[in-house]
Structure formats: C-alpha cells, structure tokens
Ligand binder design. Structure first.
Ligand code: AMP
Length: 347
C-alpha cells in the first residue's frame, strides 16, 4: 500500500481522467489532475487540480511537487516535457513508450520489427506523389502525430485525387484502406511482473469515431486467443506498466492487423465498468500504483454506446432499467461529435 502522503498525478481532465480519479478514490489513492482546459470533468472528482498549458514549466513544476508518480489519460503530451519531468518523478507508462506510439510511423515500424502486422503504409513525400502506385489506393492520409477520432484524416480514391490535394507539409502517413470484416480491440493491464488481457471487444465506427462496443467480440476462439497473445506480446516488448489498448482490423482470411495502440485506458474498455470484476480504470490505478493485482474476469456480456454531441440530450431523457448504466461525463460544452457520455447495457 502506498504511504499516506502518496498522490497520483494524472495528465488530462476529460472523461478518462474522471473515471480514473473515481477508481483511485475507491482505492483510497489521492489524485491531482493537470489539465489545459477549464471544461475538464475530472477536476471535480480529484483531490486537487491545476489548470495550465502542457508547456508551462512553472505550473508543471508546482504539479510535480504535489504528486508522487505520474500517469496520463491521453497520449499527446509533448515527449520533451515528459522526458524532463521524468528526471524528478516516476512516470507510468514510460515516456519512451509514448514517444514510439505518438508517431504513427514509428509505431508501425516498431510493430513490424517485432513481427506484428499492420496496415500497409508510406510516409508522404509531396514531390513524389506522381510515383505512387495506383494499386496502393484507396488510402487514408493521416497526420503522423496528434490525430484522434478521425481528426486530421483525408480519404483519397486514387493517385489523381491525391496529386490535386494541397498538403501543408510532409507530416502525413499514407495508409492503404483495409477491407476488414470487423474491428476489435484488446485491453491489457501490465503489472510489474504479470500481464492480463481483457476479452476482445468488437467495435463499430462511423466517420472514424467509435459509436458502439460489444463484449465479447463475435469472433472465433482462434482469433480471440491470437488477439490477446499479440497484445500481451506488444506490452512485454514495450516493458509496459499500466493499461493499454490494441486496436485491430480483422480480415476475412483471419489476419489481424494492428491499427493503433493506445497507451492508456480506452473508450472501448468503458464497458468493463459494469461487466467485469475489475474495470480498466481500477486496473490502471492498481498497476501504476503498484497495488495488489486482480485478474480481470468477465461477469456479463455488454454493449456500450457513445453519446456524441447533441445526442446526449436523448440519452439524458431516456429511462434506464436495472441492466443499463448511463455515464454523463458532465462536460460544459456540447459540440458536434464530442464524446459527452456513454450507456452500457449488460446481458
Ligand atoms: P484511427 O484514428 O487511425 O484509429 O482511425 C479511426 C477509424 O477509422 C478506425 O477505427 C477505422 O474505422 C477507420 N480507419 C482508419 N484507418 C483505416 C484503414 N487504413 N483502413 C480502413 N479503415 C480505417
């Protein structure tokens, strides 16, 4: 058990930070949130918080004096900042891991180097667009860094389309579109000496945003085992601590391609709150704070739906029964496609 003065610092104040802070409180772990926005629901559930820019060295120094270890709810904190903070405070997962995974190209190179398949990709070279093979299309161009929920992504059907497009710079990855049959994800939790995998979750996206997650994923036993084995192998090779999520495309021939790795708790894992003996949030707190490990066990099947933008009003009005659990994140601003809540049904 950590000492009485132990405080867990969490970077980011959104719904993931909020659900982490709630899980920490149940475990009697004090938290301090650092966020760059006043619209941060997590601050109401933490013991302390600071609102400041992720580049504000003065405020960051105050923050790390308040906390014993650091973790994060989103992966786009500049690596140079974390590397500096790490001189004074332990950070889990390690900033080096974030450095690899923040960049869509180094992430795929790492995966391919350890024998894990990914989508076919190329780095954008604006002066070489004419030499792109037409068989490489259709593609999605994605920003190499800082993309999420389809932000910074553009679809190109063929070479003539991309030749006409004005990219502002070369910081894009071109990814061949995968004709997948399903998208699945595996949440793992890595403790100091052991790694556990949650059951694979099936994910339905529209306009590149997760809309619905189903647990367990409707896949055969072989694919189920393969997905968990690959995720655990990735975590081992990264020397990972904490919760991590691996997102896959499943192809008709049974191939699993990793789309991306989230070095944090993940939207698809929200359903673990109501359908497992231990949620992804509690698992993350337990692993980074070095508390006793709990092996995740599915106790119910579940479907989770995201409440995006103005849809939140309908979710709020809906009457829930005793098999439905609604989470309203309590964000101030209702913006189109913004994740504002979710509803999990268990069965
Ligand atoms: P990402 O931001 O890379 O996770 O992409 C969000 C979603 O867009 C994915 O979950 C897929 O539904 C879709 N997507 C992204 N990349 C590809 C791809 N190469 N082929 C097919 N669909 C993709």
């Amino acid at each position: 058990m950590p000492s009485k003065n132990f405080v867990l610092g969490i970077f980011g104040g959104g719904q993931l930070g909020k659900l982490l802070a709630i899980a920490a409180k149940r475990l009697k772990i004090k938290t301090c949130i650092y966020t760059n926005s006043i619209d941060s629901p997590a601050i109401y559930y933490a013991d302390d918080f600071i609102i400041g820019s992720y580049l504000d060295k003065k405020k960051l120094n105050i923050f790390i004096k308040k906390v014993s270890i650091l973790t994060f709810e989103f992966e786009n904190i500049p690596f140079s900042i974390l590397k500096n903070l790490e001189k004074n405070i332990p950070i889990f997962p390690k900033p080096e891991i974030l450095k690899t995974l923040q960049n869509r190209i180094s992430e795929k190179v790492f995966l391919n180097n350890i024998g894990v398949k990914t989508t076919e990709f190329k780095k954008l070279k604006r002066n070489k667009l004419k030499s792109l093979d037409n068989n490489f299309f259709p593609i999605l161009a994605k920003t190499i860094n800082l993309g999420y929920d389809g932000k910074g992504q553009t679809f190109f059907k063929n070479r003539s389309e991309i030749i006409k497009y004005k990219f502002p710079n070369d910081q894009y990855i071109l990814e061949k579109i995968v004709n997948f049959t399903k998208e699945i994800s595996v949440v793992i939790v890595a403790y100091k000496n052991k790694i556990f995998a949650y059951e694979p979750i099936e994910n339905l996206h529209s306009e590149q945003i997760l809309r619905q997650s189903i647990s367990p994923a409707r896949i055969n036993r072989n694919i189920n085992e393969k997905a968990k084995t690959i995720a655990i192998r990735i975590a081992k090779r990264l020397n990972y601590r904490g919760v991590m999520c691996v997102e896959y495309f499943l192809k008709k021939n049974g191939d699993l391609l990793v789309n991306e790795i989230a070095p944090r708790v993940h939207n698809s894992g929200h359903l673990t709150l109501d359908s497992y003996n231990v949620s992804q949030f509690e698992s993350h707190i337990r692993s980074v704070c070095n508390l006793q490990s709990i092996q995740p066990k599915k106790i119910k099947n579940a479907i989770m739906k995201n409440a995006l933008g103005k849809n939140i009003y309908k979710f709020r009005e809906r009457k829930s029964n005793n098999k439905e659990f609604f989470y309203d994140y309590g964000k101030m601003y209702v913006k189109e496609k913004r994740k504002l809540g979710h509803l999990t049904k268990v069965y």
